[in-house]
Design a protein around this ligand. Structure first.
Ligand code: AHM
Ligand code: MG
Length: 342
């Protein structure tokens, strides 16, 4: 017989001590310095964007004009979904009149978007992928938003944003919002990785896991094996190895944020290597790979392109791609040992 008492929701510490995102950010600095207040305000705006996107996604099937393609292609030559455009504009609108961010750079825009009125005071740039994994949108599967915050350096008067072409260690903060059964925000300011869950009744992200660490090993490998014959022999050898060794299991959702979230919590490795046709892989360095690499390293994991640490790579252009091997430190090392074999 079912014991309903044991099924009832336990009060947990959540009811006694609701740590909101902005309180947590301030707590990370242990001060009310200008930087602490800026980052708290920045994270609050990102959280607001996440709430607006989450609300739109949860009602998507019930509204006209939310799902499907726009008929346009973006700077990457990919077909654009209506949700991509909506989410891109949500990020712009929450940062307008914020005084916080001078530039926004995203997967959906060829050039950064300047909020001129913010520029004299807002010395930050937000880099983001508004909807990552957008092929999942129309079938009601998980998607995410990825973000990275950098300090603007120099005057950038010719709007070239050359100062963004720096390594991933320059990120002040990075994270993602996962739109799954619950909406979860994971972030790091370079002081550990922390996870918050959106409480829809409060409209607040509430701290649910602090100082997350990636297990150093994990049984999950997450990659699109449809590309098997597009990979080089070393990558194929790695996949043959996991096929032959008991204990590995494949999990691939076609949406990086969800695939990485599993690995962050349970260990394993995510791989999007280069292919014969696209040796640079698919994922974009500045607003996909580098933010997740920042989180992985903060959680004790690793991120590599096979030869170099992702965070060490200095991009040549804003929308540069890079192969990505991401997750548990031992598993990333194992993949590298295959990729670097002669
Ligand atoms: P997107 O930002 O245009 O959605 O592309 C990125 C997505 C990632 O979320 C995911 O890991 C990958 O593309 C899946 O690509 P594929 O369909 O080639 O496996
Ligand atoms: Mg993406």
């Amino acid at each position: 017989m079912v014991n309903f008492q044991t099924l009832s929701v336990s009060p947990r510490s959540l009811d006694r001590d609701c740590t909101t995102l902005s309180r947590h950010v301030l707590g990370q600095f242990n001060s009310f310095s200008a930087e602490a207040q800026d980052l708290s305000a920045l994270m609050n705006r990102i959280a607001l964007a996440g709430k607006l996107i989450s609300r739109r996604l949860s009602g998507a099937g019930l509204m006209e004009g939310v799902l499907g393609f726009t008929g346009e292609t973006n700077v990457q030559g990919e077909h654009v979904k209506k949700m991509d455009i909506f989410a891109n504009e949500v990020f712009i609108s929450v940062f307008r009149q914020s005084g916080l961010v001078c530039r926004l750079a995203s997967e959906e825009m060829e050039h950064p978007y300047y909020i001129k009125e913010n520029c004299p005071i807002g010395r930050y740039t937000l880099l983001y992928d508004p909807i990552d994994g957008s092929s999942n949108v129309d079938i009601n599967l998980n998607v995410g938003s990825i973000f990275s915050i950098r300090q603007q350096q120099g005057d950038d008067i010719d709007e070239q944003a050359r100062d963004l072409l720096q390594d991933g260690h320059q990120q002040l903060a990075a994270g993602y919002i996962l739109y799954g059964p619950a909406t979860v925000l994971v972030y790091s300011l370079g002081k550990g990785v922390h996870s918050f869950t959106l409480d829809p009744s409060l409209g607040e992200f509430i701290l649910t896991q602090e100082n997350i660490t990636i297990p150093s090993k994990g049984k999950v490998y997450s990659t699109n094996e449809g590309n098997f014959w597009q990979w080089n022999e070393q990558m194929r050898d790695y996949v043959r190895y996991v096929h032959l060794n008991n204990g590995y299991t494949a999990r691939y959702g076609g949406a990086l944020v969800g695939d990485f979230h599993r690995i962050l919590l349970q260990g394993g490795v995510f791989l999007y290597p280069g292919t014969v046709q696209k040796p640079e892989g698919k994922l974009r360095l500045l607003y996909e790979s580098a933010p997740l690499a920042f989180l992985a390293e903060q959680a004790g994991g690793r991120a590599s392109d096979g030869d170099r640490e992702i965070l060490d790579i200095i991009p040549q252009q804003l929308h540069q791609r890079s192969p990505l091997i991401l997750g548990s430190s031992e598993e990333v090392k194992l993949v590298e040992s295959f990729l670097q074999a002669k």
